[in-house]
Design a protein around this ligand. Structure first.
Ligand code: PLP
Length: 448
């Protein structure tokens, strides 16, 4: 068990070191208080483990430097937005070309043809549409599911995250659905829109579907936003059958699980979603996302969209499918997130998992490590949790922040949300070994 007094003392020391070593970031953060709400351009940026976020000077590949001249290995990679590595040369060239030739027109460019065909090849779904964010792709997929099933509800897993989609900010409170903690200004109690069940529980899924009011199950094939939670053997085979039998659609949100391989978990595990969503790294960080659907879904939705009203139906966006996003997606899919890149990234995640697991054992810590493709993550439980409830119960905010700050002070950035490390094509074994050494030092100090 962790000695809390020791943890407080070590945390205090790391916080002081952080402040002392980042005077320029501190000054920028202070200045930002007068123009940016909370001193940051987006409120999540307050969640980093130090007293203020570090301001970035430049980033390339798996590394970045801050305004204080400090260099970092980036294992957060913009929480997957930069899983391609920062600014891959080939994408930089493609977008620079596109920027000179027109960024957004609300007209298609040839790149969209190439990207549509490539998405077909990767994911096996015939028809694709583009949005600016994965949130939007999920929102539109939900609308489509409601329209074609004529049903009001969606079903999500406890502690899921699918972007800022109103219906998905629901969780269980002693078995009853309500707004998730922290839900800001919900339009309605999400119990009206959403059914919530634990992952890996087929009986609960069946009970929730049996009312025949669920339009779609919106799910990550493996949960990634409350630690990594892998499906149990045959879970998806049975779950997909249940979903189908009860007349709902299966929307696979592969925005993070694209870490499993070039076709996400859907391809790796031979899933057959009705709709598939993929955003974040699809354009190497240039905003863009996509959703694809089956022939049947395409036919059923086209019956619901009249030409005269197609711009006011709640699906689409002025900048969605813009020329710049599509140019970035084409270069990313053709040259960066390729099968050979995964062959390099996945063993590095295994190296991370093996290194951290060995230190956990050496220091007799009751923790475990899970891996999904090029993503790995440690959790403060002896065995990997099997659902969101178990994983959330094992969270330890103070300990997590201490470990993140300890790593940051020694040149490694982890995501601010849990203990996730992501590999990009430019990550090296030396980058991973640096993290393992730092983790070992932290574990030794915590247990000394
Ligand atoms: C699984 C999943 N889907 C969708 C999103 C939303 O992505 P965005 O914030 O780019 O809209 C996220 C964001 O973390 C995510 O993890």
């Amino acid at each position: 068990m962790i000695d809390r007094k020791r943890l407080h003392k070590l945390s205090r020391r790391e916080k002081q070191r952080f402040v002392a070593e980042h005077p320029k970031s501190a000054a920028m953060y202070n200045t930002a208080q007068s123009s940016l709400l909370g001193g940051v351009p987006m409120n999540w940026m307050k969640k980093w483990a130090g007293a203020f976020p570090i301001f970035v000077q430049r980033a390339k590949g798996a590394h970045f430097a801050d305004v204080d001249g400090r260099e970092y290995v980036d294992l957060c990679l913009g929480d997957t937005g930069a899983m391609t590595g920062h600014s891959p040369d080939v994408v930089v060239e493609a977008i620079a070309r596109r920027v000179r030739e027109g960024i957004t027109l609300m007209l298609p460019t040839e790149d969209s043809l190439w990207v549509g065909t490539e998405l077909q090849r990767r994911f096996g779904l015939p028809y694709w549409q583009f949005t600016l964010t994965a949130t939007d792709a999920n929102r539109f997929a939900i609308r489509i599911a409601r329209a074609i099933t004529g049903r009001p509800k969606i079903l999500v897993f406890h502690y899921c995250y699918h972007g800022t989609v109103d219906e998905s900010f629901a969780s269980l409170h002693e078995g009853v659905v309500g707004p998730r903690r922290g839900n800001i200004g919900p339009a309605v109690n999400p119990a009206e829109t959403t059914r919530v069940v634990e992952f890996n529980d087929l009986e609960a899924l069946q009970q929730a579907l049996k009312h025949n009011d669920v339009a779609c199950v919106l799910a990550e094939p493996a949960m990634t936003n409350v630690g990594i939670i892998l499906p149990e053997d045959d879970y998806w085979a049975a779950a997909q059958q249940l979903i189908k039998r009860h007349g709902a659609l299966f929307i696979a949100d592969e925005t993070h699980t694209i870490c499993a391989g070039p076709g996400g978990c859907s391809r790796e595990w031979r899933l057959a979603p009705d709709v598939l969503v993929f955003g974040k790294p699809i354009g190497s960080g240039i905003p863009g996302a996509t959703y694809g659907c089956t022939e049947v879904v395409a036919q059923r939705i086209s019956e619901h969209i009249q030409l005269e009203d197609c711009d006011v139906g709640g699906i689409g966006g002025t900048l969605a499918g813009n020329a710049l996003s599509l140019a970035a997606m084409r270069a990313t899919l053709e040259h960066v997130l390729t099968a050979p890149a995964y062959e390099k990234m996945i063993p590095l995640a295994t190296r991370f998992a093996d290194g951290v697991s060995a230190e956990i054992r050496k220091h007799s810590l009751p923790w475990s490590v899970a891996q999904l493709g090029c993503r790995a993550e440690y959790t403060f439980t002896p065995r990997s949790p099997r659902n969101g409830g178990e994983s959330a119960a094992a969270a330890d905010f103070e300990l997590e922040r201490f470990l993140h700050l300890y790593a940051l002070n020694r040149g490694v950035l982890l995501t601010p949300f849990h203990n996730m490390a992501l590999m990009c094509p430019a990550t090296t074994a030396a980058d991973i070994d640096l993290h393992t050494r730092i983790f070992a030092e932290a574990a030794a100090e915590l247990t000394a």
